[in-house]
Design a protein around this ligand. Structure first.
Ligand code: 8DG
Ligand code: MG
Length: 126
């Protein structure tokens, strides 16, 4: 099976809170919170995917971002490679463009909320 590459953005506001949304309905891992992001499509770089996904999901224009962690994570029927980027410069106001619950959360809140297992290490370093 081919490993699916996922580009994920850690976006902080001026209070040091991070933008997260709730996975819903039919989505894989529904009920878990996530940082915005999604699948890297054919012919796209991770950074291009990050920019496209943050625009599509939360209406932000990513200007600069730095890779902070890459993590392989396997489910019985799915193999993921998650690349977590710290978004260092962005433009716009976050909005839930896909109707998903969206909020800003402090690091303490991130540690208490349910996230996919693959997020444990990146949350621990924030
Ligand atoms: N966006 C995101 N996905 C995560 C995180 N942690 C984690 O394990 N994942 C997993 C859940 C999914 O299996 C995968 C993301 O893929 P996705 O299906 O949401 O991608 P997408 O946005 O392109 O999705 P869609 O349009 O098909 O709904 O990565 C995270 O913090 N953010
Ligand atoms: Mg997504």
């Amino acid at each position: 099976m081919k490993r699916q590459h996922i580009a994920i953005g850690l976006v902080a506001n001026s209070e040091g809170k991070y933008l997260i949304s709730l996975r819903q309905g039919e989505q894989h891992l529904a009920g878990k919170w996530e940082f915005p992001g999604g699948k890297v499509e054919a012919g796209e770089s991770e950074l291009e995917a990050l920019k496209r996904e943050l625009d599509e999901e939360v209406g932000l224009e990513v200007k600069t971002a730095e890779l902070i962690e890459t993590k392989a994570f396997d489910f019985p029927d799915l193999q993921l490679q998650l690349s977590f980027y710290r978004v260092t410069e962005y433009l716009g106001q976050a909005e839930a463009k896909e109707g998903q619950p969206l909020r800003w959360a402090s690091v303490d809140e991130l540690k208490a909320l349910p996230f996919p297992k693959a997020n444990d290490s990146v949350i621990a370093v924030l």
